[in-house]
Design a protein around this ligand. Structure first.
Ligand SMILES: [Ca+2]
Ligand SMILES: [Ca+2]
Length: 188
């Protein structure tokens, strides 16, 4: 009994691993405050080339009263971000589970991306970084400093793999069979 049970467990583990590979965060809805121009460019799947003009294929606005909210299709454990921003401003990305309470890492601000951090002298720049496993269903982007001419060219996240429910069922079934085999061996 030993060998077939181990083989089955290995198979179940392999299935679980393959089912857990999808780690891109999907957006269910993206909303922008009233004075954000062409907000769809912030989630069309295209990162503008670096040095692209700040109003070309971007969501853009002036001043510091606007925000964009990205709602995910489920709760994710976020591990990485990529964002295209106008190079000479400072932005914050905050996270929420309910779309009401913002700032999930213990501070009001979850990510700060500062003007001049990148290597671009004009226009759009892409910033990337790891996130310390924040569970969230919403992300909010705001400009908090700079020249008041702000833009988001794209925002995307990666998340820790989450096994599908069917994978849990398969794993439990596999463990049950292994346990059954162990009991059979103990009886023999
Ligand atoms: Ca885009
Ligand atoms: Ca600017």
């Amino acid at each position: 009994m030993k060998r077939p049970a181990q083989t089955l467990l290995a198979l179940v583990a392999a299935l679980g691993f393959s089912a857990a590979q999808a780690d891109a965060v999907n957006f269910a809805a993206v909303t922008a405050s009233a004075n954000v121009n062409t907000p769809d460019y912030a989630h069309d799947g295209v990162f503008p080339a670096e040095w692209t003009d700040w109003t070309t294929t971007t969501a853009w606005w002036t001043g510091f009263d606007e925000s964009m909210v990205f709602e995910f299709d489920q709760v994710y454990v976020l591990t990485h971000y990529d964002v295209s921003l106008d190079n000479n401003d400072s932005y914050e990305i905050q996270f929420s589970l309910d779309g009401t309470t913002w700032g999930l890492s213990g501070a009001p601000v979850d990510l700060s991306i500062g003007a001049g951090e990148g290597n671009v002298g004009y226009g759009m720049d892409t910033f990337s970084g790891d996130i310390a496993s924040i569970r969230a269903k919403y992300a909010r982007v705001m400009a908090v400093g700079g020249d008041g001419y702000n833009s988001v060219g794209e925002l995307s996240f990666n998340a820790a793999p989450v096994p599908e429910p069917e994978t849990y069922a398969l794993m439990l079934a596999g463990l049950g069979l292994v346990g059954f085999a162990a009991r059979r061996r103990a009886r023999d």
